[in-house]
Design a binder for this molecule. Structure first.
Ligand code: HEC
Length: 145
């Protein structure tokens, strides 16, 4: 009986811990959500899918809503488990912040272009966002583990 109780108690303590995401898992999930709106826009920009102004606006709005979210989940020196976060995120905070700001600015500009509906400008601004993803990844995201 005592043993059963211990098992039950341990279960009650362990379950919420097992279900809660680590910060690395949370930020990875939010980056993946970003990709879900960014990729379909890329298909349009590359001419693989037709340009439909309203649908494109919805994706650009979603991207703008989601863009800042992952950056709420980089607590100090949080490199755990399978995280690809590099220690430079915390040793070069000003550069990380600057890359984040450049990304958010590029996302806003792409959003404005989507609402205006000029595909040539959209393409240019989409390229700027893609470049901002890449430059941050080059500096601050390590290899897959
Ligand atoms: C300012 C930095 C920064 C910007 C901007 C940024 N990322 Fe990331 N991204 C990261 C870091 C750091 C990780 C690794 C997080 C971890 O594993 O803890 C990451 C992880 C990801 C992941 C999770 C899967 C994987 O490969 O690790 C995806 C998907 C992703 N980013 C896509 C994007 C896309 C698409 C953009 C642009 C639209 C973007 N990111 C912009 C820093 C950034």
């Amino acid at each position: 009986m005592k043993k059963l109780l211990t098992v039950l108690l341990l279960g009650a303590i362990a379950t919420p811990l097992a279900l809660a995401d680590t910060p690395a898992e949370t930020r990875t999930k939010s980056f993946k959500k970003i990709l879900l709106s960014f990729e379909p826009m890329g298909m349009v920009v590359r001419g693989r899918d037709p340009y439909q102004k309203d649908a494109f606006i919805r994706q650009a709005d979603t991207l703008k809503q989601l863009a800042a979210e992952p950056f709420n989940h980089f607590p100090t020196n949080n490199i755990s488990g399978k995280s690809r976060a590099k220690p430079e995120i915390w040793s070069q905070p000003a550069k990380f912040q600057a890359d984040k700001d450049a990304f958010l600015k590029a996302v806003s500009e792409l959003n404005l272009a989507a609402h205006r509906g000029d595909l040539a400008v959209i393409k240019k601004n989409y390229g700027a966002v893609a470049q901002s993803c890449k430059s941050c990844h080059d500096a601050f995201r390590g290899p897959e583990k």
